[in-house]
Design a binder for this molecule. Structure first.
Ligand code: BTN
Length: 269
């Protein structure tokens, strides 16, 4: 059965120009090239497969043909360079809402992952281009596992949207939902800043996770406990202290409880 989408509001500028590719190395590389050549704000690149899909910290993003959404967008927001990294949080909220509209119980893991029961559904990769300290463009890369049998390397730690929603996903309807929701949250972040999106991110964050992070060179394990006002992750360490994680990555050690607070609602527009 196809997921019963209610039609999301359409994006106004995100996806105003769309380039579809059967295959490329990485849609972020393609979008980066287009951005340097002057492509307009809102241009997107969607590939059916990537041969060198990448994630944060140089990780590989498995991108077999037809199994995922591999999408990159070029944004030209009026922001200083220093305001680009938290944009990941805004994009995560939008992507989470689009995925939840399928009925999947999706949560957010800091800073850029979407999870279902502690398994990775999607990731966001934000890269910026600047000249003389001035932001020229932001390339946002979105990867979502949608369908099929996951590659062996990630099968134990990842999940597809079809499995999570227990229904068939209409790829184009899902892309439309992603574009509309991501546009909405990016617009909010650009217009109103981080304080406008922190509560929304916290509402969607994965609960019940024991995780590991490196803070100032020290490896620390604790319970994921919230998001600070500046977008840093709060980790209640095994030492009893509340620690702030501002950069790097957070690895899940164990799922110790329900990861969602309540049943996610299907979209009602
Ligand atoms: C992560 O989880 O670290 C981020 C993964 C981002 C993957 C997407 S797929 C589309 C775009 N092209 C890439 O090479 N990466 C991003």
């Amino acid at each position: 059965m196809t997921a019963p989408y209610l039609i999301p509001p359409l994006a106004r500028w995100l996806g105003c120009q769309r380039i579809d590719l059967a295959e490329c190395a990485s849609t972020n590389d393609e979008a980066g090239r287009l951005a340097r050549a002057g492509a307009r704000h809102g241009t997107i690149v969607v590939a059916n497969a990537q041969t060198a899909g990448r994630g944060r910290d140089g990780r590989t993003w498995q991108s077999p043909p037809g199994m995922g959404l591999y999408l990159s967008a070029i944004l030209r927001p009026p922001l200083p360079l220093s305001d680009v990294p938290p944009m990941t949080l805004a994009i995560g909220i939008g992507l989470c809402d689009a995925a939840r509209a399928t009925g999947a119980a999706v949560t957010l893991k800091w800073p850029n992952d979407l999870l279902v029961d502690g398994k990775k559904l999607a990731g966001v990769l934000v890269e910026s281009q600047s000249q003389g300290g001035k932001l020229e463009a932001v390339v946002i890369g979105i990867g979502v596992n949608i369908t099929g049998r996951l590659p062996a390397e990630v099968a134990a730690s990842a999940v597809t949207l079809e499995d999570a929603a227990d229904s068939e996903i209409d790829r184009e309807a899902f892309i439309a939902a992603v574009l509309a929701q991501v546009e909405h949250w990016v617009d909010r972040y650009v217009a109103m800043g981080l304080e406008e999106i922190i509560p929304a991110w916290q509402d969607r964050m994965a609960l019940g996770l024991r995780a590991r992070a490196t803070i100032d060179g020290t490896l620390l394990t604790g319970i994921v406990s919230g998001l600070d006002d500046d977008g840093a992750l709060l980790l209640l360490g095994d030492d009893g202290a509340l620690h702030r994680v501002r950069s790097g990555d957070v690895a899940i050690v164990e799922v110790i409880g329900p990861t969602v607070a309540a049943e996610p609602q299907r979209a009602s527009c």
